[in-house]
Design a protein around this ligand. Structure first.
Ligand code: PGA
Length: 251
């Protein structure tokens, strides 16, 4: 059985004080929720403080990115060991905003993925097509390329520590969620790629979460689909009320 995972990607939002307040609010609201993994991903600057708030609770800490080298002369970068050191359990890799603004490619995602697994972090690897790609009927080609190349060379044991986030870029921050049917179609397609790569049994255990304008109103419909195992939430993860309603909306 696959366990649901709801992750909040705070992106470049929240000062340390605001982050502590949000984490405390979520801890209060969600303390009795069991049966699924809850993750919050604050910006780097707030990781240590948020870690202190959530340690020992049912909320896991995650980061939004890192650099694949262990240490050295890489001004401005943060390593996976540093993330682990702050208490991170999860890390997002290859978010479409990193692909779009910061030159992330399948190759860099793959390097980061290998490093994260070596460090013992649980990676959330993002894949998904842009609007023009969907309109040009290239969704499946793009998703296949992202999945096969970003996750290339990962062993059967390691792949089960990975969560894949299907995030159609046209649905991110736009209020235009994919319908549960549109999302399920791609999730099923991704699982079929994994069946080819790892076999039926392993693929059936792999978690694939959906991301793109997830709200308390649409969570239930999305989660009702067979191959959707959770959500990666941006905008709606920035408020206690909306993120906790999403978490509680997972049945
Ligand atoms: P959104 O972002 O929920 O604001 O659309 C999702 C994401 O980018 O992970």
């Amino acid at each position: 059985m696959r366990r649901y995972i709801i992750a909040g990607n705070w992106k470049m939002n929240k000062t340390v004080g605001e982050a502590i307040e949000l984490a405390n609010g979520l801890k209060r609201e969600l303390y009795d929720v069991t049966g699924l993994d809850i993750v919050i991903c604050p910006p780097f600057t707030a990781l240590s403080e948020v870690s202190e708030v959530v340690t020992g609770s049912n909320i896991y800490l995650g980061a939004q990115d890192f650099f694949w080298e262990e240490k050295g002369a890489y001004t401005g970068e943060v390593s996976s060991l540093m993330l682990k050191d702050t208490g991170c359990k999860y890390v997002i890799i290859g978010h479409s905003e990193r692909r779009k603004y910061f030159g992330e490619t399948n190759e860099t995602v793959n390097k980061k993925l290998n490093t994260a697994l070596k460090t013992g972090l649980l990676p959330i690897v993002c894949v998904g097509e842009r609007l023009e790609e969907r309109e040009g009927h290239k969704t499946f080609d793009v998703v296949k390329d992202h999945v096969e190349n970003s996750l290339k060379g990962i062993s059967k044991e390691d792949i089960l520590r990975v969560t894949v986030a299907y995030e159609p870029v046209w649905a991110i921050g736009t209020g235009k969620t994919a319908t549960p049917e549109q999302a399920e179609e791609v999730h099923k397609f991704i699982r079929e790629i994994f069946i080819k790569m790892y076999g039926e049994e392993t693929a059936s255990l792999l978690r694939i979460q959906y991301g793109g304008s997830v709200t308390p109103d649409n969570i239930e419909g999305l989660m009702a689909k067979e191959n959707i195992d959770g959500a990666l939430v941006g905008g709606a993860s920035l408020k206690v009320e909306s993120f906790s309603s999403i978490v509680k909306g997972v049945k």
